[in-house]
Ligand binder design. Structure first.
Ligand SMILES: Nc1ncnc2c1ncn2[C@@H]1O[C@H](COP(=O)(O)OP(=O)(O)OP(=O)(O)O)[C@@H](O)[C@H]1O
Ligand SMILES: O=c1ccn([C@@H]2O[C@H](COP(=O)(O)O)[C@@H](O)[C@H]2O)c(=O)[nH]1
Length: 238
């Protein structure tokens, strides 16, 4: 049997993908399927840290947030990621996986705070670490949090598991003529303003020489294929 291509990865899970076919929130069958994918690669001995987005909750409340102070709305978004992180960790617990949630915002009655050495210890012990509340700062995204935490923990790659199967020349949900890249450089992705990830996340990964793989979390077996180094999704590299 071939071995995994990576020892330690940062997996960015799409919040929006958690909705499944629902209009917002967390679809039970969808989160269970994601956990099954995560469990499969964790059993291969890969150290996994996860950042989950908040789009499934936050975009649902966004109309109510209209006209709000931006920073306040962003804190609401970060709290949405805490809810998703708790749901994910609980689904993992039910599947027999040990996970620890660490928050970038202090809410110690709910989850432990993010402390880097503690996160590294959990990873070395084979526990899955879920980084909640993004970077802890407004004006950022969970993609940037994935780039930041991935750099901090010495991950070999950031895996962006989203609803599309890679980086396209334009948003494939809007442009039917968009074509998919199998690889692309950070500079090209930034200069072409490809919106699959924000430019801050791309720039941080570029500067840290931390590659990103963008792939579909909806496609069965895709996460395992990525982990095994097989041809799946788009590699963004220096
Ligand atoms: N050039 C592009 N290639 C691929 N996808 C693109 C591109 N431009 C825009 N997109 C859009 O980016 C989306 C993925 O990024 P986005 O950060 O919005 O979602 P997510 O990470 O899945 O959700 P969340 O923010 O809830 O975690 C895709 O669903 C796609 O519609
Ligand atoms: O570091 C961060 C991370 C997130 N936010 C806010 O949360 C929402 C949800 O995150 P997504 O990455 O879009 O899923 C985001 O729109 C921001 O409003 C943040 O402020 N800082």
């Amino acid at each position: 049997m071939t071995s995994p291509a990576y020892k330690r990865v940062l997996l960015k899970l799409s919040g929006e993908a958690l909705m499944g076919d629902d209009p917002y929130g967390i679809n039970r069958a969808t989160i269970e399927r994601m956990v099954a994918d995560v469990s499969e690669v964790s059993k291969l001995g890969v150290e996994l840290a996860i950042v989950i987005g908040g789009g499934n909750i936050f975009r649902g409340v966004a109309p109510g947030a209209e006209g709000m102070d931006r920073a306040t709305a962003d804190y609401m978004g970060m709290l949405a990621t805490v809810m998703n992180s708790l749901a994910l960790a609980d689904a993992m617990r039910q599947a027999g996986i040990t996970a620890r949630v660490m928050s970038a915002i202090a809410i110690e009655q709910v989850v432990e705070p993010y402390v880097r050495p503690k996160a590294l210890q959990y990873l070395e012990e084979g526990k899955i670490v879920v980084f909640a509340a993004g970077t802890g700062n407004p004006f950022f995204t969970t993609d940037t949090a994935a780039a930041l935490r991935g750099s901090e923990i010495g991950a070999e790659i950031v895996l962006k598991a989203t609803k599309v199967d890679g980086v396209y020349s334009a948003d494939p949900n809007k442009d039917p003529d968009a074509t998919r890249y199998s690889t692309i450089t950070f500079d090209e992705a930034i200069s072409k303003h490809l919106q699959v990830m924000d430019a801050t996340a791309f720039a941080l990964c570029r500067d840290q020489k931390l590659p990103i793989k963008v792939f579909s979390i909806v496609k069965p077996g895709a996460l395992k294929r990525v982990i095994m180094g097989e041809d799946e999704g788009t590699l963004v590299h220096v």
